[in-house]
Each structure stands twice: as structure tokens, then as C-alpha cells.
Design a protein. Structure first.
Length: 314
């Protein structure tokens, strides 16, 4: 996937200049290309055969995933029929090679993990990410997401959008990349594009907390913008009638839209103190939506959640 907002990268499947990233292996070079090489970076060994149907789908997927890792991992491909002595030797060491494809992961000269059979690309990526984590490394998409979050925190929304888009190109199954891109677009004032991004989220990721939070952020931002222009009017109404809960509810949305989060939360809590059941508990439900939009580990969420708990259990 090449997202229109993210740059196309060599790791999207193109051949790179690093010819040592993917090599053909045999008994003569196994120690050098696998065991010794694994002391510097993780090495995947793909045991395959020309007559193996699943190998024909797995090997290209492995190559793509290895290229996407940007040199952090190496792939050595070994034809078991051309290297029977090596296969027998490895089987004697406990490596199960009764069937192919078998992929063994080496790190620090030892077998760290393995799988058998043809896995989908998403599971191959997860396998490699686990191996990189074991080696104290991170996947390129994780690095891009970390940089994108820093840009978003620094209010560089355009750069954040570009980096989140690049992360999606690397790995379209990262919910934090989808959600981050939507939030960056929202910060740029492009609600429609943010919603379009979330509409493209794979079904299996739709209920992830990051995706749910991004949807909530879009919803409360829209509500807030609609109320922000009427802030002075709303404050005048409340001065005249402190029990005008509809005005206070709208004011909470307006406050949230301009970043006055605690004031927004306090407005909703005030509605609850005056009339807990107002509009089918709308104030509490909106406050929970704020929490989703802000992020459940956000300091503002935690502060407002403590206030909510104190009110509910007082």
C-alpha cells in the first residue's frame, strides 16, 4: 500500500542496493552467512524446495518483509534438496526439517524461533518484529510512528501526517498509524480526509482503542467548532441561568475545541452535579467521549477521570 499522503519507499517491495540482505545459502557458507552473521543482526533461514507449492508463496512474502525491515534482518534461502548433508546436520541438532517451508530465526548464533508452513504477510511481519524486539531493535514502521507522534506533539501536523502515511506504507495493519494519520489531518483542519482515512481501516482493526479514539476526536472536534463561535452567547446564557444545561453542554464542547480540556470537563461535571440524569446522562457520556478523544493515558484524561470518580463515589 502506498498511501497518497506518505512517500513511496524502497521498502514497499522494490529491490534495494543491499545485496547482502537476501542471499542463497548452502553448507559451505552456512556458518558465515547464518551463524556468524546472526551475531550482528537477526537472520532468517528459509528452507525450501522446488517441488514445494507453499514455498512459492512464502518466499516472495519473506523477501518483501525483509526488505521492509530496512537492513535490520537478513534472509538466507536454502534449497533442502541441494543441501541434504546440511539438512541432516541441522536435524541432528534438533531443527525440525521434516517438512517445508520451514523458517528458522537465528540470533547470537542460536535458533531463537521458527515456524513451518506458509504464513500471511501480516504474520510474517509480526514474526520479524518479535525477532527484532528480541535483538533490541525496532521495525521501521515503529520508528516512523514514534517520529510522527513527536511531530504531532510539536504541532507540526503536516510532518506528522507524512510520517504516519509512510508508516502505513510500511505496515498497513498498524492501528496507531491509521489513527495517527487521522488525528494529524484533523489537526490540519481536514475533517473530511480524516474520516475518509478511518473509513479505509481494515475491519479487524476497527475496534482498536486507537481507532475508536480517533473517531471520537473527529466527533468532538466537529461539535466543538460548531459551538465555539457561540461561546460568548453561551456564557451570557449561563450567567443569566446557571441551570441552562444545554448551554453548558455546548460550552463544554466549545472549550474542548480550543484546548481548554479541564474547563470542558468541569462544565460537564457541573451539569452532573446539578442534574445527573439530564438528557439521558448526556454529560457523563460526552465526558467519556472526551476521554476517548484525548487518549486514556493522557494526563488531562487522568485528571478529569479522578474528578469523575470523586463525584460518582462521593
Amino acid at each position: 500500500m502506498d498511501h497518497p499522503l506518505g512517500p513511496k519507499t524502497a521498502s514497499s517491495g522494490q529491490t534495494t542496493a543491499d545485496d547482502t540482505m537476501i542471499v542463497e545459502g548452502n553448507q559451505a557458507n552456512f556458518m558465515k552467512d547464518v551463524v556468524d552473521a546472526s551475531r550482528e543482526r537477526p537472520v532468517l533461514v528459509d528452507f525450501w524446495a522446488t517441488w514445494c507449492g507453499p514455498c512459492k508463496t512464502l518466499t516472495p512474502a519473506l523477501e518483501k518483509a525483509v526488505r521492509a525491515a530496512g537492513g535490520r534482518v537478513k534472509l538466507v534461502k536454502i534449497d533442502i534438496d541441494q543441501n541434504k548433508a546440511l539438512v541432516q546436520q541441522l536435524a541432528g541438532l534438533g531443527l525440525p526439517l521434516q517438512s517445508v517451508p520451514t523458517v528458522a530465526a537465528f540470533w547470537q548464533g542460536q535458533i531463537a524461533d521458527l515456524f513451518q508452513g506458509a504464513l500471511p504477510e501480516s504474520e510474517i511481519r509480526r514474526f520479524i518484529e518479535a525477532l527484532l524486539k528480541l535483538a533490541g531493535l525496532s521495525a521501521p514502521s515503529a520508528d516512523l510512528i514514534a517520529d510522527a507522534r513527536k511531530a504531532l506533539d510539536a504541532n507540526d501536523s503536516a510532518q506528522a501526517a507524512e510520517l504516519f502515511g509512510a508508516a502505513l506504507n510500511e505496515d498497513p495493519e498498524r492501528p496507531e498509524a491509521w489513527a495517527g494519520l487521522a488525528r494529524a489531518l484533523l489537526a490540519l483542519g481536514d475533517d473530511a480526509q480524516a474520516e475518509a482515512i478511518l473509513a479505509d481501516v481494515p475491519t479487524k482493526l476497527a475496534d482498536h482503542a486507537d481507532i475508536v479514539g480517533a473517531r471520537a476526536a473527529i466527533a468532538v472536534a466537529r461539535e466543538g467548532r460548531e459551538a465555539a463561535s457561540a461561546r460568548n452567547t453561551l456564557e451570557t446564557k449561563l450567567a443569566a441561568d446557571p441551570n441552562d444545561h444545554e448551554a453548558r453542554y455546548a460550552l463544554a464542547n466549545a472549550l474542548n475545541s480550543v484546548g481548554e480540556r479541564q474547563a470542558a470537563a468541569d462544565a460537564l461535571l457541573e451539569i452532573m452535579r446539578r442534574d445527573r440524569s439530564w438528557n439521558d446522562d448526556a454529560a457523563r457520556l460526552q465526558l467519556l467521549k472526551f476521554f476517548e478523544a484525548w487518549g486514556f493515558d493522557d494526563p488531562d484524561t487522568m485528571t478529569a477521570r479522578r474528578k469523575l470518580s470523586a463525584f460518582l463515589f462521593s
